[in-house]
Ligand binder design. Structure first.
Ligand SMILES: Nc1nc2c(c(=O)[nH]1)N[C@H]1C(S)=C(S)[C@@H](COP(=O)(O)O)O[C@H]1N2
Ligand SMILES: [Mo]
Length: 431
């Protein structure tokens, strides 16, 4: 398949240039560049190019263009295209630090236009502060110390498809998570420069992403965190990811990162932080949205969110990143190496256990410490098999408080947050 290889090679060699050539800003193939199109097709000429309508996407590229958002790995699975939501299959998350092209995507609205000068992008800090600030990203970089770390970012709905009955929202399996390297300024330093009033208790985040309705007065999402989390030294205004300026798709030029907390608080395309004297009540803070019942409710029951609380910290979870789900091992195989990652909101992982007999017996895996607080931890296991046949490798992690992942997601809630049942993969040893 010369055509596909051509496109893959173009992306493998120089993804940014490939994007610039093949796609316009909005990720749609540019009508103008015939040269780019034939390059994308693997260097073949397009004899009847003169009859192609302006903006036409060649069929040979259509599949690719759908699967590969510009700059993203073709293996990401699209959960929604408007808004754009895509998850990463577990076997593509094997790297200790998640490469940018493999990080999941979760938008609630559109993607803003890329600014001509990212350093001129402005953020306002106002509300319960003594000196309201307007800072450019350039000033943020110059005025405040740059800090960096490897932090997990995880969607509150990761694991949602485990809920029975099905909860509302994107059907994440295990791929709404990643652990890239982030760099930026501490939110605490910026809030201290603005001078918090004694009345300050909560943040409220605003960004530049347009509402899907097209109505410019509507806010796509506006969440916030308690002041204690905002002042945590690991809470940052990130302007870099994996050593590069933060890409537009992931919230560039600047976004919030609150390691260990629901990804929805990690506002992208950040334009304003309003400091409030009460829990924030913006879109994404009320009813059953990013809120969970304090006391368990009957799965499937109707609720408007009375007696709910804000969903903050992500629960303990682990994944198998190698071997991939569905691996066939050759005849005679009696052991294989397995590995993956485990993480748990604010806590470290205490233990990781694996089972090949549907949970009847468990073997403790080797576990690395995190490279820094809030980074996921690598686990490894030599898995022994008594015979040929069909096996499932199950993995479960236990956090520092002794809380394990459950067999089933029992914490049902209307919008399906925090499902963290064991990860299970199929392995077949040929007879
Ligand atoms: N401005 C803005 N920020 C946002 C969102 C959004 O829709 N708009 N989605 C949030 C959600 S729900 C998640 S899980 C993370 C996803 O970040 P990513 O797309 O970089 O992986 O961004 C958060 N920040
Ligand atoms: Mo999310």
């Amino acid at each position: 398949m010369r055509i596909e290889r051509g496109l893959h090679e173009l992306y493998a060699d120089d993804p940014e240039r490939a994007d610039a050539l093949v796609f316009g800003r909005r990720g749609v193939l540019r009508g103008a560049s015939l040269l780019a199109m034939s390059a994308a097709l693997g260097g073949v000429a397009i004899p009847f190019a003169r009859f192609m309508p302006e903006g036409y996407l060649p069929v040979a590229l259509a599949g690719e263009a759908k699967a590969v958002f510009p700059g993203k790995h073709p293996g990401l699975v699209l959960l929604s295209d408007k808004p754009l939501v895509a998850e990463t299959p577990a076997h593509l998350l094997d790297d200790p630090v998640t490469p940018t092209d493999r990080l999941f995507i979760r938008n609630n609205g559109g993607i803003p236009e890329a600014p001509a000068d990212p350093d001129a992008w402005k953020i306002r800090i106002d509300g319960e502060v003594h000196n309201p600030l307007e800072l450019t990203v350039g000033e943020l970089k110059r005025r405040f110390p740059r800090v960096e770390g490897v932090f997990t970012l995880e969607c509150a709905g990761n694991g949602r498809s485990q809920f029975v009955p099905q909860a509302r929202g994107n059907p994440w399996t295990t791929g709404g998570v990643g652990c890239p390297r982030w760099a930026g300024a501490r939110l605490k330093d910026v809030l201290e420069a603005a001078g918090l009033k004694s009345t300050a208790v909560y943040t409220a985040h605003y960004g530049a992403d347009p509402h899907l309705s097209g109505d410019p007065t509507k806010v796509t999402l506006s969440r916030g965190v308690r002041l204690a989390k905002a002042l945590d030294e690991y809470s940052i205004l990130a302007y870099e990811m994996n050593g590069e300026p933060l890409p537009l798709l992931h919230g560039g030029p600047v976004r919030l990162v609150f390691p260990g907390w629901a990804g929805s608080a990690c506002h992208k395309w950040l334009t304003r932080i309003w400091i409030r004297d009460r829990e924030h009540d913006g879109p994404g803070m009320t009813g059953t949205t990013y809120r969970v019942p304090v006391a368990p409710i009957v799965p499937g029951s109707e609720s408007k969110g009375e007696g709910f609380r804000v969903f903050e910290v992500m629960p303990v979870r682990s994944i198998v990143t190698d071997p991939p789900d569905g691996t066939r091992l050759p005849k005679g195989t009696r052991e294989f190496r397995a590995r993956g990652h485990a993480w748990a909101g604010e806590l470290e992982i205490k233990e990781v256990w694996t089972s090949i007999d549907f949970g009847a017996t468990w073997q403790r895996a080797e576990l690395d410490p995190p490279v820094n607080r809030h980074a996921w931890q690598r686990w490894r296991q030599t898995v022994k098999l008594p015979t040929h046949g069909y096996y499932e490798l199950w993995v479960r992690a236990v956090d520092a408080n002794g809380v394990s992942q459950p067999f089933m997601a029992g914490n049902w809630n209307p919008q399906g947050y925090g499902a963290n049942a064991y990860h299970r993969i199929a392995i077949l040893v040929e007879a």
